[in-house]
Design a protein around this ligand. Structure first.
Ligand SMILES: Nc1ncnc2c1ncn2[C@@H]1O[C@H](COP(=O)(O)OP(=O)(O)OP(=O)(O)O)[C@@H](O)[C@H]1O
Length: 597
């Protein structure tokens, strides 16, 4: 029976534990190796902790034997003092263990987090389209937090408790081999029983975690749509839905909690039985004068001491499965290669950049072409206005210029150089992009404009805001550049956010400006503000504007009309506007009617 159990453990250890450790050895080695002095210290503390734990009942048992046999008072005082020193040392070591283990795990996981964030930044847009931000946050934080336990606790708890278990059992063998053998069998059986119950309880805990994730998902969704919910009077519906979600959460949690209590009670019951058996055995041995009263006390203490390491090994072995899944996900993420490969580093010419699309075709998914055979040739310093119906591929065109994606066919060139030949960082440092959705961070005006680049002096920031017509706005702010902006630009109008985005670009001083204009209408004052800002921004640079408004298109020297991903018309703006048969003239007349309605 014991042999069968031991064989099972051995198989578990070889197939599962060693396999998992071996599989992720590189990951562990990479993040733990630089911390080997701390790991060595941890091992030392561990040895100390276990020695103290094993020695404490041993000293107490000597004390009892000495006291009952009328031993020397001087020896008794020394033993009592030693017990106190051991208790204090145990506490001190526990504090040191927590301190070092937390340092090891946080240093390892923070490095891993930083690596994952850097890797996510390198991955291209198609990866980010396929994965929601929530999923990536879960990978970077959730999975890594699970690993934090693994990095510190697994080594400390499993190894430490296993050694403690062996130490305590060894002590019992030392007292009497029959007691040692009996308790060894008991520990194996108790561990097996608890692992079985825990395995049966695991689905309930997984369901509980899912129900909790569902609730927060529900809450997040409704908080994000708060404005729509309020305005459409859907509050009662949301509360009803909230009650439903919480009701099912309660039922699932209750079940999981019952399993938890069941497990705790089983473990208590098992160890009560173990203690009773150990006491019965030692009572028998005591009455037959094989054991002293001190040895009986030692057996009792050791039986009690077996409980904690057995329960912790059970917990850690189960948690290893979770860590295993997290490690697999983290490894898979780190192994994901970006589709857009960095170029060999051909230099772009200085000054405003010429833009060329040669027979460019592109699709996000197979068999769904978004751009088809697009040809554009824009001279340096000229501004191209791109117009077309929604979904005609205008934004996609701008994404190809920043190499968020590579074309499926054809080539995109800047200053005559194929973008695939240029370093991505060099390429992007020459382009300024203002998108439809301006991201305003919960940070100071200065950090929002410099994007946390401390080397940009305040005078330049003020000058940029003055140039773009936001000088007065800045002067009216209570703390000037230190004023904190609210998340998502709350408190700023759509136009002000756009002008702030223009100021960011002005500080970057790029040679190609791409503006994907928001299609929402602005009030006339803000419209004028944005219009002036754009004019300043485009001075002396090549520009591509996805234009939704008549005022903006006025900046364009050339116009491109896109339809279904194809070039419908392309030429100088004034010539196309003057030609009554052109599609552009058609669009202009519709837009003018809309404006003057
Ligand atoms: N990340 C993406 N993944 C898959 N398909 C996309 C993606 N982005 C855009 N599309 C699809 O590509 C087509 C062109 O989209 P694009 O955003 O380029 O059009 P647009 O002319 O800029 O539209 P709008 O004027 O509404 O901004 C659309 O059919 C759109 O659904």
């Amino acid at each position: 029976m014991i042999y069968v159990q031991l064989r099972r453990y051995w198989r578990f250890l070889t197939t599962y534990l060693f396999h998992a450790l071996n599989r992720y050895w590189r990951l562990l080695a990479r993040y733990l190796r630089p911390q080997w002095p701390r790991m060595a210290l941890l091992a030392l503390i561990l040895v100390g902790t276990i020695s103290v734990q094993v020695m404490t009942p041993l000293v107490a048992s000597y004390f009892i034997d000495q006291a009952t046999s009328g031993g020397d008072l001087h020896n008794l005082i020394i033993l009592a003092l030693l017990t106190m020193v051991l208790a204090l040392a145990g506490q001190g070591l526990a504090v040191a263990e927590t301190y070092v283990a937390e340092n090891v795990s946080w240093t390892a996981t923070n490095t891993l987090r930083a690596d994952l964030v850097a890797h996510l930044l390198r991955l291209d847009a198609s990866f980010h389209t396929a994965h929601t931000p929530g999923e990536l946050i879960e990978r970077v934080d959730g999975d890594v937090a699970t690993l934090a336990r693994f990095f510190s606790r697994f080594v400390v708890y499993v190894l430490g408790n296993a050694v403690l278990l062996i130490g305590v059992l060894g002590l019992l063998y030392h007292v009497d081999w029959r007691v040692g053998l009996g308790m060894s069998v008991f520990v194996v059986l108790a561990l097996t029983g608890m692992l079985r119950i825990r395995a049966a309880a695991t689905p309930s805990w997984a369901a509980e975690r899912q129900a909790s994730a569902d609730f927060y998902g529900f809450l997040g969704e409704y908080l994000a749509g708060l404005q729509d919910i309020r305005s459409s009077g859907a509050g009662a519906f949301v509360l009803r839905r909230c009650a439903e979600v919480m009701r099912s959460w309660l039922a699932i949690t209750r079940k999981a909690q019952m399993w938890g209590y069941g497990l705790g009670a089983t473990s208590q019951g098992l160890f009560a039985l173990g203690t009773a058996a150990a006491l019965a055995l030692s009572a028998m041995l005591f009455t037959s004068s094989t054991l002293t009263i001190g040895a009986v006390y030692l057996i009792f203490q050791c039986t009690e001491m077996l409980r904690q390491p057995t329960e912790q090994i059970r917990n850690e072995v189960q948690d290893l499965q979770q860590a295993d899944a997290s490690m697999a996900r983290v490894e898979a993420l780190l192994n994901t290669r970006p589709r857009v490969i960095d170029g060999p580093g051909v230099a772009l010419p200085p000054g405003p950049l010429a833009v060329e699309f040669e027979n460019v075709s592109f699709s996000y998914a197979e068999d769904a072409p978004v751009l088809r055979g697009v040809n554009i040739s824009l001279a340096p310093g000229r501004v191209l206005g791109v117009v077309g119906r929604t979904g005609s591929g205008k934004t996609t065109l701008t994404r190809l210029l920043l190499r968020f994606y590579d074309p499926v066919a054809g080539a995109v060139r800047l200053g005559g150089v194929d973008l695939r030949e240029v370093h991505l960082s060099a390429l992007r440092s020459r382009i300024g992009l203002v998108t439809q959705e301006v991201n305003i961070f919960h940070a100071s005006v200065r950090d929002n404009l410099t994007l946390f680049n401390d080397s940009i002096p305040d005078e330049r920031i003020r000058a940029a805001l003055d140039t773009l017509g936001l000088g007065n706005w800045l002067r009216e702010l209570p703390c000037g550049l230190d004023t904190q902006l609210l998340p998502d630009g709350a408190g700023l109008s759509a136009g002000q956010s756009q002008v702030l985005a223009c100021a960011r670009i002005l500080l970057l001083d790029p040679d190609l400006v791409i503006l994907d204009e928001a299609s929402s209408r602005l009030d006339p004052a803000t419209d004028r503000l944005v219009h002036t800002a754009l004019g300043r921004l485009l001075e002396g640079r090549t520009g591509i504007i996805v234009a939704h408004r008549l005022a903006t298109i006025a900046y364009a020297h050339d116009v491109l009309v896109l339809e279904d991903g194809q070039v419908r018309e392309y030429g100088p703006r004034l010539a196309l506007a003057a030609d009554p048969t052109s599609r552009f003239a058609d669009l202009l007349s519709v837009a003018t009617e809309e404006v003057y309605q």
